[in-house]
Design a protein. Structure first.
Length: 255
């Protein structure tokens, strides 16, 4: 669950710093206040989990220099820039440097501040959810790949236009092709003419009916020896999941 960071208010005017913090606290946010850029750097070095509410003009440095210090330490924090009236160009330049928003210190900016803070928190929360979703997807894909590679049967997924989307090492052996050449190839070009027609017909039927099926075919694939395979075919959102199992021994016993 996303935990909103505290706001680090970097404003050299002590009274205004206090008012900014109070406005944020009334809106439900945690705050810390400092009056110099060096103080902000020290705090962030110890704990980078802040949102900077940064006055551009500080007694010891400006906002650009402060951000350069942080970047030099490999620290990147979300920040909102505060500028005086007439400094709109500065605000634009800071937006180019990555500011999430800016506030002009006008007569009513303390009223606007909570809205800006809530908007930023919502944005950061969405970004965190997206990042977590991507990480989970990557973990899931890694688990999926490990599962595929642990299978002795050839496993491959076909798109509706017959392209191989996914394949494990056993599928590479089945088609007698390296995986990099197998992927994106058309199954129509991979199966031998004649002996592959029966398999193609079943694949086509599965695509049309969205019904699982299986087919037994005899293939050579340039290995110099015919082998019998049972190919199980399952409709999936991507197209067709196919699992090929060599059954030559079973066929010989039955015959």
């Amino acid at each position: 669950m996303f935990e909103p960071p505290s706001f680090l208010v970097v404003e050299d005017n002590e009274g205004l710093n206090y008012l900014i913090q109070k406005a944020l606290q009334r809106a439900g946010f945690k705050t810390v206040g400092v009056q110099k850029g060096s103080e902000a750097i020290d705090r962030i070095r110890k704990n980078p989990n802040y949102i900077l509410l940064l006055d551009y003009k500080l007694p010891d440095m400006n906002g650009t220099v402060l951000l350069e210090y942080l970047e030099g330490m490999g620290i990147k924090v979300p920040f909102v820039i505060l500028t005086g009236q007439g400094d709109e160009k500065v605000a634009v330049e800071m937006m180019k440097l990555g500011a999430r928003d800016y506030l002009i210190k006008s007569t009513n900016f303390l009223e606007i501040l909570p809205q800006v803070a809530h908007r930023l928190i919502d944005k950061l929360s969405s970004e965190e959810e997206l990042k977590n979703a991507v990480q989970e997807k990557e973990k899931s894909e890694q688990r999926y790949r490990l599962l595929l590679e642990s299978m002795s049967d050839g496993v491959f997924v076909l798109s509706p236009d017959w392209r191989v989307l996914i394949a494990n090492s056993a599928a590479s052996d089945f088609f007698n092709l390296p995986i990099d050449k197998l992927l994106k190839s058309s199954i129509k070009n991979l199966l031998p003419s004649g002996s592959g027609d029966k398999c193609l017909s079943e694949l086509d039927e599965a695509l049309k009916t969205h019904q699982s099926t299986s087919v037994i075919c005899k293939f050579d694939f340039g290995k110099g020896q015919d082998e019998y395979f049972e190919i199980k075919i399952y409709p999936v959102p991507e197209g067709l999941l196919c699992i090929s199992t060599k059954i030559s021994g079973r066929v010989e016993m039955e015959n």
